[in-house]
Write a new protein. Structure first.
Length: 282
């Protein structure tokens, strides 16, 4: 199927959709789905169009053809082949529920992705990786070896042509340099309803505070810990009888669902950055 996705953001003004649809008409293109949002506060416009063409064209040729429209409106525009599977690198430490969930969704075809590899600073999930026939990279790290270990991660991203790095309960803080190099292509699952309970032990913090609702947050990774643009959140009710371990158990299911949704929306090119926030065309 010759279908593609156009995403763009630009200063808001009249004529944007008219010019985009005119460009599509010139290619004899047919719109399958279109969603837009005008942010009155930032005066920026956001658009996602899923369209079909009568015959195949390369993404490069399409982006070249669209360039005059993009320049006229000062757009940040990208075009993607809707049939291409994004390549993921999954990072995990000791908690494997999110990793397990993503591996099964990819294996069963629920999630249209290719898993290029799994990286861990421990060996707990080497056998799970082998069961799915996915390369496992054991990259231990200490504060002293963090630069070299992070270079190994970057080398894998380059070598395996990775589109998205997923921190599936990877419990090491990435350096500013690595975050900069992975801007907009690294998603983390934080095991709390941000901005509450940042850090490594949110369920213990939640228990101590006596909350009645816990949650999980998927966000793009930035140098500022747990501060990246939020993609998705969800919650679950809890009560006084539940220990930190009980909260961890209940929360793990929420984490897996929230991360899977965020990864799906990213690889379907449904997320656009709007400063420190996101626009998500579900
Ligand atoms: N630059 C960033 N790196 C990471 C982020 C992020 O938002 N920006 N998120 C974390 C995940 N995370 C919470 O979701 C988290 C992970 C680890 C820690 C932490 O304090 N780690 C300690 C070591 C803990 C351990 O070894 O168990 C540390 O790194 O010194 C806080 C929050 C992933 N990375």
């Amino acid at each position: 199927m010759n279908d593609y996705i156009l995403t763009l953001s630009c200063p808001d003004r009249t004529g944007i959709v008219h010019n985009v649809s005119g460009w599509l008409l010139g290619l004899d293109g047919n719109i399958i789905d279109a969603q837009q949002f005008g942010d009155l506060e930032t005066e920026r416009f956001f658009l996602r169009v899923h369209f079909m063409l009568p015959s195949a064209m390369s993404v490069e040729a399409l982006e070249h053809s669209f360039a005059p429209v993009a320049q006229r409106f000062g757009m940040q525009a990208r075009i993607y082949d809707a049939q291409r599977k994004s390549r993921l690198l999954l990072l995990v430490s000791r908690q494997g529920h999110c990793l397990n969930d993503l591996l099964f969704r990819a294996h069963s075809g629920q999630l249209p992705v290719a898993i290029a590899g799994i990286v861990s600073n421990h060996t707990d999930y080497a056998r799970m990786a082998a069961a799915y026939r996915i390369p496992f990279h054991h990259l231990p790290v200490t504060p002293e070896t963090r630069p070299q270990q992070e270079q190994q991660i970057l080398d894998l991203v380059e070598k395996e042509n990775v589109d998205l790095v997923v921190l599936a309960r990877y419990m090491q803080i990435l350096s500013d340099d690595l975050c900069r190099k992975l801007t907009g292509r690294a998603i983390n699952i934080h095991h709390s309803f941000l901005p509450s309970f940042k850090g490594a032990r949110p369920y213990h913090q939640a228990h101590a505070r006596g909350v009645k609702i816990i949650g999980a947050t998927a966000h793009y990774v930035t140098a500022d810990l747990d501060e990246g643009p939020i993609i998705e959140q969800d919650i679950e009710r809890v009560d006084h009888s539940m220990s930190p371990q009980d909260l961890t158990q209940v929360g793990s299911d929420v984490e897996s669902l929230v991360l899977a949704r965020a990864v799906r929306w990213h690889v379907e090119h449904r997320i656009l950055l709007n400063g420190q926030r996101t626009v998500v065309f579900k």
